[in-house]
Design a protein around this ligand. Sequence first.
Ligand SMILES: [Zn+2]
Length: 233
Amino acid sequence: MKQFFILIIKLFILSSLTILVMNFSSIKPKKYTVDQLIGKEKIQFYGKGYKLQKEAYFSIEKMIREAREQGVKIKIVSSYRSFNHQNRIWKRKYDAFIKKGFSPKKAVEKVKEYTAIPGTSRHHWGTDVDLSNGKSKLINSVNVKYSKWMNENAHKYGFYRVYTNNKFRAGYKYESWHYSYRKLSKSMLEQYNQLDLVKILKNEKIAGNKYFTPSFIKKYKEDNVLGINDYLY
Ligand SMILES: [Zn+2]
């Protein structure tokens, strides 16, 4: 009888431990590879005509559906972009400035005013989107039904503006259209922050990357990578 009780107690402890471990692993953020964080290796994506990670996909579909029911149209203009895709955008803009007579160093400065260096865009993560009302292009308007709806509701689906109009924020200009799915992107940013960007970007074929000195990258990281909505880190 005594042994039976000991067995019951042992089983109880074992099952409690299992439940604890299961709970812990379900709240533990997913670990990404370096290549996934810089857009060189695919993560599992979902979406028709766009690419987002599973949870972000389900959330945005719900947001689009419920907005539509309330008479508001939301269109996904851009979602996941690979390293190579970003590199093509970067190169095209860099070449255009060189053609205009800018020095390579100055061309780098000009391109990064509006465009992320390949390997540093949040669009690599499958958590961020550029949204519009379907009619206008990406504009910073506030007085339309769409913007009002987004201001009041996007957070209910886990989406937050990244490049806010907070005048104390450094880096990219205000982008009312760029939203991030916080639940995933917050931990991705934490992991991204651990990367040695100087080393990574030096080894890639990126126009003008010989000007990516440690001090340049330090400032770029502070302004452009971390110059975001406080709520996202
Ligand atoms: Zn964007």
